[in-house]
Design a protein around this ligand. Structure first.
Ligand code: COS
Length: 395
């Protein structure tokens, strides 16, 4: 972290720098020694959630009156980069909890909702999840089929959610529901806060995945779940735009996750090239590998600039949807190239669990899929550039 690398070129405040040092130390001391085991044993990072609550990371950018730390969004992104540098399982758990569950409550919640739901989420006493995706509504997020029909002072919710990060452990879910089924796609959708302990909520299945095997990704069934009407988040029938905005923040988080994973694989590659010899020479003396490392470094620095540009724009209250999409698209694709090259640099050792780069590569793949697949992000970026012309309207 010198003055001449991109960390030195980004306008971090003293608070940001201190936070990076604190999180880096925490990640190296506590998360790194547990990272292999979480993946191999498919263990949810319960300890990390507790520790991150104590460190004030879970509620990093939410007001202190709701249990948060009163810092800005950039601090959350710094935390995401540093945590993912050593442990993607902890990183994905963190971003789903904070940027997808806490953020919409903090942004749209009434005073009562914020006071009730945010403090236990900020401390880690409760875990949060985001119930957007469904069997037929992943990339096609407007195709929500879960219904919430108003009945007196509550909604009766029926449907199924899929690919829900933290599903098994979560106590609080912010969910998309169709409150007006007579309206077409993307319309008549609302956001509801669902207490996962309500009768009728179940998590029948947790997926067995390629990577992020310590994080729980589950199906959530909602069978005649009675949710109090006071749990409506924001205005009824306007939830789709709300969720899209939540995802914009989440996409910067996944961009930072990809960046951290790539950085972790890069640092391991540098260390390995300085110690491993082939043909009586250090790997660092082989030009082919020097070039590969140079490409990794260049792409990671570019990804870092995109990720922090989006983070600073969001923190400043500027529109940042296109920049978030660019940051996630680029950083996740860089992470795939960098982690694959890290395995190649490590040779046979890179294919083993011990050297960790195979895990980082498996974990990184999620970043090109979740919270907007690369193809969706290209659509989002193109639509912002071309406007209504993408719908066939000239002008
Ligand atoms: N902020 C506010 N409103 C938004 C918005 C945003 N970022 N994006 C879209 N909207 C609004 C549009 O303005 C439109 O409103 P009107 O109907 O009033 O004009 C409405 O939402 C529908 O938008 P659009 O026509 O663009 O919907 P589409 O179904 O064509 O496409 C995409 C929407 C594909 C961009 C969206 O579904 C998407 O982002 N999908 C990926 C979702 C995702 O990331 N899933 C993974 C979840 S993992 S947690």
């Amino acid at each position: 972290m010198g003055a001449n690398d991109s960390y030195g070129m980004i306008p971090f405040t003293e608070e940001h720098r201190l936070l990076r040092e604190t999180v880096r130390k925490y990640a190296n001391d506590k998360l790194a020694p547990r990272a292999i085991e979480l993946d191999q044993q498919k263990q949810f990072p319960h300890e990390a959630v507790k520790e991150m609550g104590e460190l004030g990371l879970l509620g990093a950018y939410f007001p202190e009156e709701y249990g948060g730390s009163g810092m800005d969004f950039v601090t959350f992104i710094i935390g995401m980069e540093e945590i993912n540098r050593v442990c993607g399982n902890t990183g994905i758990t963190y971003t789903a909890h904070t940027s997808l569950c806490m953020a919409p409550i903090a942004d749209l919640g009434t005073e009562e909702q914020k006071k009730k739901y945010l403090p236990p989420l900020a401390s880690g006493e409760h875990i949060g999840c985001f119930g957007l995706s469904e069997p037929e509504a992943g990339s096609d997020a407007g195709n929500c089929k879960t219904t919430a029909i108003r009945d007196g002072d509550h909604y009766v919710v029926n449907g199924a959610k899929q690919w829900i990060t933290n599903a098994r452990e979560a106590r609080t879910m912010v969910a998309t529901v169709k409150t007006d089924p007579s309206q077409g796609r993307s319309r008549g959708i609302s956001a509801l806060i669902v207490d996962m302990q309500t009768p009728g909520v179940s998590v029948p299945k947790v997926e067995d995945k390629l990577g992020l095997r310590g994080s729980s990704t589950g199906q959530v069934f909602l069978d005649n779940v009675h949710v109090p009407a006071e749990n409506l988040l924001g205005e009824e029938n306007t939830g789709f735009g709300t969720f899209m905005q939540t995802l914009e923040g989440g996409r910067v988080g996944i961009g930072a996750m990809a960046l951290g994973l790539a950085q972790g694989a890069f640092e391991r590659s540098v260390a390995y090239m300085k110690e491993r010899k082939t043909f009586d020479k250090l790997l660092a003396q082989h030009q082919a590998l020097q070039f590969a490392l140079a490409d990794m470094a260049t792409e990671i620095e570019a990804a870092r600039l995109l990720v922090y540009r989006a983070a600073f724009m969001k923190a400043a209250g500027q529109p940042f949807g296109k920049e978030a999409a660019m940051a996630k698209l680029y950083a996740s694709e860089v992470a795939m190239r960098a982690t694959e090259m890290a395995i190649q640099i490590h040779g046979g050792y890179g294919y083993t669990v011990e050297y960790e780069v195979e895990r980082i590569w498996r974990d990184a793949k999620l970043c090109t899929i979740g919270e907007g697949a690369s193809e969706i992000l290209r659509m989002v970026i193109a639509r912002q550039i071309l406007g209504r012309a993408t719908k066939g309207e000239a002008g």
